[in-house]
Design a protein around this ligand. Structure first.
Ligand code: F6R
Length: 586
């Protein structure tokens, strides 16, 4: 999603803001802009492209002044153009704003303000904030009063930072993240700790419905009615500063390659939480699992694990669907929310609905300081380090490992998992990258790829198809092996590739039969298995393992295949088009 940042201190604001934006760029990245205040005048530069591209074109960094705001945009309202990029100045140019979220009543506000003579340049919903603030500021030239009145008139989900021509900064949070970074002589406002972590690890997480006012060296936090709030300073984990690619060409490759280690760290920072949640789960009336995208796919794996190993029924629900069937969440149940960022708006909404039904919230999260962490009764940390590549990779395998650890706690039978062996096997698969690279070269011109799996491998097929779509822009679909004859077989011909997930377990024979049926229709087959057959046109070998290790082992080659195919297609694997890492709008 969009990133917002504000800085007020004693150093040049623009270079600090540009640096912060670069670090947060993974959240959203179609256009960028910076505005600063100097000698009671606001200056602004913006453009379409990545931070470095726009910076080299217009030199964002040389804007003058020690106060400023910046933004990277992921378009929601209005095309990707320089005019629609933030910051947006008010008609008078005396106030500029950056905004993350959606203003739902912007059309009415825009009409009303237009009738009063305010001018608009962009197609965005955000620009109304600038003009509304200007209108309200002109009443008594008081920033606090203007902010309170403005938020009372806005509807939607938002966090925004406003800069006034006298150098004051003000910000508001309503269902979108906003964090203050407290340096020794400077303040940061940001939608992500990455915006300021290089400068300070002291943070204040702003609560929903709160305002921040920064006037030189004075900072105030207020609720939307203007009552003072006592700030609570938190130390942010320094690991979040570790967001460099090192020797890797891309974050995505780095993060895929970290998995032999991250499977060991999963859940280790919140060990007691796993024990604690097992008590809840054993006595729960109902268990629901929720998440979006990859995190939802992990919940499909969980459903299988809960029923097979713990004899417990757990129902996965796509987070964005919960609001349309709120009655399917029975009161006093347990909901396990899975989210790498802990900021996905759909997941937060699902959790909100569950809380209203008096459910307990167990969450599996990478970012322990996220909104979801603060909304949860029990938090289990993925603990896999920052994941910057937009496509989820190591966070998925960490989610699965945590689910295994929960299963080990709640099952009556002993569930054996050899993590050391699993780690060694992942390393072996990573070493086979040359074979996977060659296969990637063969799929680059293909327009349809199907991924087939049975049992616990079906959710992995779905996750694999998601990875292929995101990274390569090739249409891909996960198919449950047994469903082939009930429809998808009609799609099989010489123009398609089918990836068969077929380890040597109880699903092997049936999946081999499906493979032959597909092969007979001329499709090219990529087999992912510990056992080769002459039905495979290409074989990606995975080490022999037990049933619980296979889902992890078969995920890795498809992550690599998607990554290398993205390179073959000359797309940017770290920043797939139209996508954002942290989807904080609905
Ligand atoms: C897929 C992907 C997305 C996320 C989804 C949920 O590779 O990255 O589908 O999994 O947006 O994000 P979190 O887990 O942060 O809630």
């Amino acid at each position: 999603m969009c990133s917002i940042i504000g800085y007020s201190g004693d150093e040049g604001a623009a270079p600090i803001i540009v640096k912060g934006l670069r670090r947060m760029e993974y959240r959203g990245y179609d256009s960028v802009g910076v505005a600063t205040e100097s000698e009671n005048k606001i200056e602004l530069k913006k453009g379409v492209g990545k931070v470095s591209e726009v910076n080299s074109k217009v030199n964002l960094e040389n804007l003058p002044g020690t106060t400023g705001i910046g933004h990277t945009r992921w378009a929601t309202h209005g095309k990707v153009t320089s005019v629609n990029a933030h910051p947006h100045p008010s008609s008078s140019g005396k106030i500029a704003i950056v905004h993350n979220g959606i203003i739902e009543n912007f059309e009415k506000l825009k009409n009303d303000l237009g009738e009063e003579g305010f001018e608009f340049q962009s197609e965005t919903d955000s620009e109304v904030i600038a003009n509304l603030l200007q209108k309200n500021y002109e009443i008594d030239k008081n920033v606090k009063n203007a902010m309170i009145k403005t938020v009372s008139e806005l509807e939607g989900h938002y966090s925004f930072i406003a800069m006034f021509e006298n150098g004051q900064l003000a910000a508001a949070r309503f269902h979108e993240p906003l964090i203050i970074g407290m340096g020794e002589k400077n303040y940061f406002l940001s939608s992500d700790v990455l915006g300021f972590i290089e400068q300070t690890d002291n943070a204040i997480y702003i609560d929903n419905g709160n305002l921040v006012l920064i006037d030189q060296d004075k900072i105030q936090i207020l609720d939307f009615n203007g009552n003072q709030i006592k700030p609570q300073i938190t130390k942010v984990s320094k690991e979040f500063a570790d967001v460099y690619k090192g020797d890797y060409a891309h974050f995505t490759l780095k993060e895929i390659s970290e998995q032999p280690e991250t499977i060991f760290s999963a859940g280790e920072n919140t060990k007691e939480a796993i024990g604690e949640c097992s008590d809840y789960l054993k006595h729960a009336k109902n268990i629901y699992l929720t998440g979006s995208g990859t995190s939802y796919n992990a919940s499909l794996v969980a459903k299988y694990l809960f029923s097979k190993y713990a004899k417990i029924k757990a129902e996965p629900i796509i987070a964005s669907e919960v609001q349309f069937s709120p009655d399917s969440i029975e009161a006093n149940s347990i909901i396990i929310a899975i989210s790498q960022s802990g900021e996905s708006a759909d997941v937060l909404e699902a959790v909100d609905i569950a809380k209203k039904a008096d459910c307990k919230i167990i969450s599996i999260i990478n970012s322990l300081t996220s909104t979801l962490a603060r909304e949860s009764d029990i938090v289990i940390g993925m603990n896999c380090g920052p994941e910057i590549g937009v496509a989820a990779t190591k966070s998925f395998t960490s989610q699965i490992i945590i689910l295994y650890k929960i299963i080990q706690e709640i099952s009556n039978e002993k569930v054996e998992i050899d993590f050391q062996e699993m780690s060694t096997s992942i390393s072996k698969i990573l070493e086979e990258h040359n074979n996977i690279k060659k296969i990637a070269n063969n799929i680059k011109e293909i327009s349809d790829i199907y991924v087939l799996g049975r049992g616990i491998h079906y959710p992995i097929a779905i996750e694999s198809a998601l990875k292929i779509k995101e990274l390569t822009y090739i249409h891909a679909e996960g198919i449950a092996g047994g469903e082939l004859k009930h429809g998808p077989l009609a799609l099989m011909d010489a123009s398609v590739f089918v990836i068969i997930i077929n380890p040597d377990d109880s699903t092997y024979q049936d999946t081999l039969t499906s493979t032959r049926e597909i092969k007979a229709r001329g499709a090219k087959i990529i087999g992912i298995s510990d056992k080769n057959t002459d039905s495979y046109d290409y074989w990606i070998k995975i080490p022999k393992a037990n049933e619980l290790a296979y889902p992890i082992l078969e995920t890795i080659p498809i992550q690599l295949l998607s990554y290398y195919a993205a390179l073959e297609k000359d797309t940017d694997p770290d920043y797939p088009r139209n996508l954002a890492k942290s989807v904080t709008v609905k």
